[in-house]
Structure formats: structure tokens, C-alpha cells
Design a protein around this ligand. Sequence first.
Ligand code: GAR
Length: 198
Amino acid sequence: MIQLGFMASGRGSNVHAILSECLDGTIDARGGVIISNHADAGVHLVADDFDVPSVHIARDQFSTGDAFAAKLHSTFVENNVDLILLAGYMRKVPPMLIRAWQGKMLNIHPALLPKHGGKGMYGLKVHEAVLNCGDSETGVTIHFVDEEYDRGPILFQHGGVMVEKSDTPETLAEKVLKVEHLAYTKAVSRWIERYSGK
Ligand code: GAR
């Protein structure tokens, strides 16, 4: 059984969904550690609920980017993590960490990449862009993380979230989030089947 590591900045509903599926056996994995860049992020409470260790590690605690990356890396290694999941992590992931975990780090993006991705495209900004473009459909993408924002190979994509005239960024975010929870768990299972060797 593989062990999952998470990086999250906010409430952690995707972390919650994935850990629930681990508990009921839908995903053949268990939580290893959760890292957040915010000490008061809701995701720490999710960690407590599931009895998974969580740690606050932020760039400003370190004098260099390399020291920050090294701490993130050693935290995942010490907790026997096989796969890192970015789940609403709103800061730049240090390139050193991305290189060390190539093929073993996934991100969820709340739109159909390659549209509406890139630097600065996160949270409600993504849904605003979908509305501004007049897209009739949106969805969610889970992709491998590489050094370019939102450009790594796609592992799983789920469209079919219809954009209505009455939608606002907030209502769209809510509709997409429901699909995210299903899609991220499917993507993790797909990664385990194809790449874990377990
Ligand atoms: C999710 O909608 C996720 O797709 C988005 O942040 C939210 C986190 O929610 N991520 C990005 O926009 C990254 N570019 P959660 O804390 O409830 O899982």
C-alpha cells in the first residue's frame, strides 16, 4: 500500500475526500503527512480528523529557498511518502522539490487545461477566466507537476460541468469542486495502477 503526502494551503476538502476514500478502501493508499504553508489552514483539522500528521512549513521560516525545499523533501521522506498530491497549494513549489519527485507529484487544477492555467491562475481567478471567455463547459484536470505552471502531462481530466448564464465565479467553483473530489480519487487510483509498481 502506498503512502500519500499532501501540500495544501486552505480548507482541504480535496484532502478530506481522498483520505475518506483511503479509509473505506476505494483507494489502496493511506495518508502519510500533510504540509501546509499556513499554520491556521483548515487542512490541519482534516489531518486531525483522519489521524494523519500535519506540519506547518513556509518559505519565510528559512533563509534560503534550498533550505526550504530540503525541509519539505525530508518531511516527505521521513514519513515514507510515495506520491505527493498538491491540493489547493497556492504557493510556488520549489524547483528542487519538483525535480526530486518527478513523476511522483500531482496537482489538481479546477479547469480544463491547457485552458485557464499558468502563473496566477488559481482559485476563483480560474472560474472568472472561464466566465470571461464565454466557455460553455468547464471541469477539472489532474496532471504531473513539472517546472512550468500547470503544463505537466495530464493524468486525468473530467469535463461536463456546464456553465450557465446565471453562474458566478463562486457558483462555478462550487460545481467544479464536487467533480474535483471524484476526479482526484480516480487519478490517484490510476497513478497507483500505472506507476507505483505495487
Ligand atoms: C480547489 O478548487 C483546487 O482545484 C484549487 O484550490 C481549491 C482548493 O480547495 N487549486 C488551484 O486553483 C491550484 N491552481 P480545497 O482546499 O477545498 O481542496
